[in-house]
Ligand binder design. Structure first.
Ligand code: PMP
Length: 397
């Protein structure tokens, strides 16, 4: 923190790495988290005193807000997790069994491809569908790939590497017609794209709390449609039991009801308090307004980058139906050098490399050249920051 302050005096700081985690948060997020830590501090679902009851009220409220955001039938369909990676692991490992087949896209994050790789070593077959920079996952290939043993299709809503948006409505329809479960990795879209799990035929959906939902790191969640049976990855640690009503065997069993079944252990209540404030900010501001601003900034950024000699933008060539993530390469300067100079020479935070996603780079052929430089503006950035960043890249180039 002290180092950061020292650097502050010399450099104008611009944060453009919101696809990793968003910064800053809305003022209300800082306020409520501090208020909860100072004035409440209870843990939900344990004790019966005022602080525990208040913590429970906050968790219930956050669950309701998440259900509203996704159009889930009930707050009980929302499971809080520490991040999207945990949510994806719970779903994949709790749904798939030996001899099942799972279909996934070629732009998936390691949070999807690594659990699938380890499942493929345990008798689960995996089928990869190619994705295109502009149109995303190939739906014709998907239709042909679904087999009688296919249990689940999983893909992201928006690619964290290129910003490509998948047609989740079309993919959901194919899955429903084929009788297979559909899971969406919404780490990059929840809070900035309209999501209707019921209308989009989505059975499972993972989200990060700390990106476009403006919550704290250490928050995320999983939506599980009613009737979808997910085996718990972690058991115990919840108090839900009815003494005198349940038999001793039942007392030892993991609760069968959601969310308790999949939500063992003390919840990150401090984080969820912040997440609820982030969600309220989104509802008050409007997803449309947030998305429109982000896409205006992305468009300005892409236009500016395309005018710089030696730069190749590797992102969808469209203004809408995409995420606010822009990747690029320079024909002679490696991505990590560009990101380092932007950071130390101009105070601009961007990300370089593979962005925790090997498969998309394998698909597009950007591994040997060290991945890409990734710029990800959000609602709190402005046009002058984008212009400052374009100008800095022009100077480096
Ligand atoms: N999927 C995608 C598309 C992502 O961008 C990320 C985060 N970079 C994740 C999954 C993992 O999210 P989390 O950090 O919340 O585990």
């Amino acid at each position: 923190m002290n180092d950061l302050k020292k650097r502050d005096t010399k450099l104008h700081r611009v944060y453009l790495d919101n696809a990793t985690t968003s910064f800053p948060k809305p003022e209300s997020v800082y306020r409520v988290v501090e208020c909860f830590m100072r004035d409440c501090g209870g843990s939900a679902g344990r004790s019966g005193h005022y602080a525990a009851i208040e913590a429970q009220r906050i968790i219930d409220d956050a669950r309701l807000l998440c259900a509203g955001l996704l159009n889930a039938p009930s707050p009980q369909n929302i499971i809080f997790t520490p991040n999207a990676t945990t949510a994806i692991n719970i779903a994949l490992k709790g749904i798939l069994s030996t001899n099942d087949n799972v279909v996934f896209g070629s732009f998936e994050h390691n949070a999807v491809t690594r659990p699938l790789y380890s499942l493929s070593k345990c008798g689960i077959s995996v089928t990869k569908i190619e994705s295109d920079l502009d149109s995303g996952l190939d739906k014709e290939q998907l239709k042909n790939a679904i087999r009688s043993d296919t249990r689940l299709v999983i893909c992201n809503h928006v690619s964290n590497v290129f910003g490509t948006e998948n047609d989740v409505v079309g993919i959901g329809r194919i899955c429903r017609e084929s009788g297979v479960l559909f899971m969406v990795d919404a780490a990059q879209s929840a809070g900035v794209k309209l999501i209707d799990v019921q209308g989009m035929c989505i059975d499972l959906l993972a989200f990060s709390g700390h990106k476009s939902l403006f919550g704290l790191q250490g928050t995320g969640g999983l939506y599980v449609a009613s009737g979808v049976q997910v085996r718990p990855l972690i058991e115990g640690g919840t108090g839900s039991a009815a003494v005198g009503v349940m038999s001793s065997d039942e007392m030892f069993e993991q609760p069968a009801k959601l969310p308790d079944k999949l939500e063992s252990g003390t919840i990150n209540t401090h984080g969820i308090v912040g997440l609820a404030a982030g969600l309220r900010f989104i509802f008050e501001t409007g997803i449309d307004r947030i998305a429109a601003k982000e896409l205006e900034l992305v468009s300005r950024l892409v236009n500016g980058l395309q005018e710089i000699n030696g730069i190749r933008v590797i992102s969808p060539a469209k203004k809408f139906n995409r995420g606010s993530v822009v990747s690029f390469q320079h024909d002679s300067i490696p991505p990590d050098q560009i990101a380092a100079i932007l950071d130390t020479g101009f105070g601009i935070a961007v990300r370089s490399g593979l962005h925790c996603a090997f498969a998309p780079h394998q698909t597009i052929g950007t591994i040997k050249s060290g991945g890409t430089v990734r710029i990800s503006p959000n609602y709190f950035n402005n046009e002058s920051e984008i212009d400052y960043c374009i100008d800095a890249i022009r100077k480096i180039s």
